[in-house]
Design a protein around this ligand. Structure first.
Ligand code: SF4
Ligand code: SF4
Length: 141
């Protein structure tokens, strides 16, 4: 049987996982989260005490976790939160018109020279790519 550290290491490899609990009517609620630490007693994740996820875990006492290893590039900030690289990025061909930011319904593009896509907000819909008059929004390699 693997140790807690070994299990944590496997989840670190996977990154974000799907966590499922039972709702008040016996249905399944699931959401994406990740383990951020472990010790001799178990694995730790974060949620807010006002969320159904928290109540369902505390009251139900059961939690199902599954994940799939992806090759998507991911970095971790100093709060141990994951940041995914967006499917598109903006090149130096950007002329700063702002059309991409206007087209982005996820508020994932910030001004600059060039404008920049925030990976943690990007849904990879491609609207910015289609809106750019300069061909500056390109798919990541
Ligand atoms: S791909 Fe879609 S969600 Fe991502 S930055 Fe472009 S418009 Fe926004
Ligand atoms: S639409 Fe294209 S040129 Fe205009 S700000 Fe966005 S990336 Fe730059």
């Amino acid at each position: 049987m693997p140790s807690i550290e070994e299990v944590y290491g496997l989840f670190e490899t996977v990154g974000c996982c799907s966590f499922a609990t039972l709702d008040d009517r016996g249905g399944v609620d699931s959401r994406i989260a990740h383990f951020f630490a472990c010790d001799g007693e178990g694995l730790y994740l974060r949620t807010m005490s006002g969320k159904p996820f928290y109540r369902q875990m505390v009251e139900g006492g059961k939690l199902s976790v599954c994940g799939e290893h992806t090759q998507a590039p991911c970095t971790w900030d100093d709060q141990n939160m994951p940041h995914f690289q967006p499917g598109f990025h903006i090149t130096d061909d950007c002329i700063g018109c702002g059309a991409c930011a206007d087209a982005c319904t996820h508020k994932a593009i910030v001004p600059g020279q060039p404008y920049r896509i925030l990976g943690e907000r990007c849904d990879e819909c491609g609207n910015c790519h289609n809106a750019c008059p300069a061909g500056a929004v390109v798919e990541k390699a």
